[in-house]
Design a protein around this ligand. Structure first.
Ligand SMILES: CNCC(=O)c1nnc(C(C)(C)C)o1
Length: 314
């Protein structure tokens, strides 16, 4: 099961560009086995419960708020904010903390960024623990934001559609992009709240009102929605399917890797985890029979902790 909540023994910031300064924190064992936690979204930010996937007596646990997310500044800023900027930021933080190699843990967008980072710097990775695999293919974005998950959550879908007039519903990501970047603050917040609520409604097998309430935090919703939408309209700044290409995955097939995927994940459906396993046969794939997308589904968190415990002495 998850470890007990702990507090960081160090927090800090790192200036990574003329615009962006990132927040990070370190908890657990000061001379422990280093692991970096890559949060979802993009734009979701980290929180205290993210530390509980790791044994604090074994791991030096590094949490990083990516550009524009969480406590990083400026909040929700889209300038100089791409997948490859974030990969570069992770390397800058690793060097600043004087870490030679580290374990990498990421779910959803965090799995995307983990794959992009590992494929760019395989020599810096001790292991990969990935959850709810997301590679930003057009087919994945279409399923969740245009025509797919909508058939399973028609009630929540109605609320997601509400801010968008019928005439613009053929391309919802573009329609939301217009509103999330509007000059009018009320338009931005209304769109950000509806966009975020859609994801919070659909993240768990059993709809969780507490999870949905996160979308009412306007700072979180604004960063989460604006940054997610920015990455999606740009296809993650990658070729479609790039992270699943043989030439990409062959760079990381030597790295001990565990994939944990919810069978009923409608945000990042199992088809992508399965496609990754086909090109990465050395990876261990667990499909959790009674889980959705969230890392905090009981069956998912149990296997994630089993994986970090397994890698703790590598
Ligand atoms: C399409 N975005 C999926 C994702 O990365 C994600 N889903 N929920 C989250 C938070 C837990 C960070 C809210 O991130």
């Amino acid at each position: 099961m998850l470890y007990q909540p702990i507090e960081p023994y160090e927090t800090g910031t790192i200036k990574v560009s003329d615009i962006h300064t990132l927040y990070y924190e370190i908890s657990g064992k000061k001379d422990g086995n280093p692991v970096v936690f890559l949060h979802g979204g993009p734009g979701g930010g980290t929180n205290a419960s993210d530390r509980t996937f790791f044994n604090p007596d074994k791991y030096k646990i590094v949490l990083l708020d990516q550009r524009g997310a969480g406590n990083s500044t400026p909040s929700a800023c889209l300038e100089e904010n791409t997948t490859w900027d974030l990969v570069s930021d992770i390397e800058k933080l690793r060097a600043k903390l004087d870490i030679e190699k580290w374990h990498v843990f990421g779910g959803s967008w965090g799995s995307t960024l983990s794959l992009a980072y590992a494929q760019s710097h395989p020599d810096r990775i001790k292991s990969l623990v990935l959850r709810g695999i997301f590679t930003l293919r057009k087919s994945e974005l279409r399923f969740f934001y245009q025509d797919g998950a909508s058939h399973i959550f028609p009630d929540a879908w109605e609320e997601y559609l509400a801010p968008i007039p019928e005439s613009e519903r053929e391309d919802l990501i573009s329609a939301y992009h217009k509103r999330l970047n509007s000059d009018d603050e009320d338009t931005r917040i209304k769109a950000a709240t509806a966009w975020s609520k859609w994801e919070m409604w659909t993240s768990k097998l059993h709809v969780d009102p507490v999870h949905i309430a996160h979308a009412d935090d306007s700072k979180f919703a604004n960063a989460f929605a604006r940054i997610e939408n920015h990455y999606f309209v740009n296809g993650g700044f990658m070729r479609d399917g790039q992270l699943l290409e043989k030439q990409s995955v062959d760079k990381i097939r030597h790295i001990p890797t565990v994939i944990v995927q919810g069978r009923y994940d409608v945000v990042c459906p199992a088809t992508t985890a399965y496609a990754l396993k086909k090109v990465f046969p050395e990876a261990t794939l667990h499909i959790v029979p009674d889980a959705g997308h969230s890392a905090r589904e009981p069956g998912i968190s149990k296997l994630l902790v089993e994986a970090t415990d397994k890698f703790a002495d590598l």
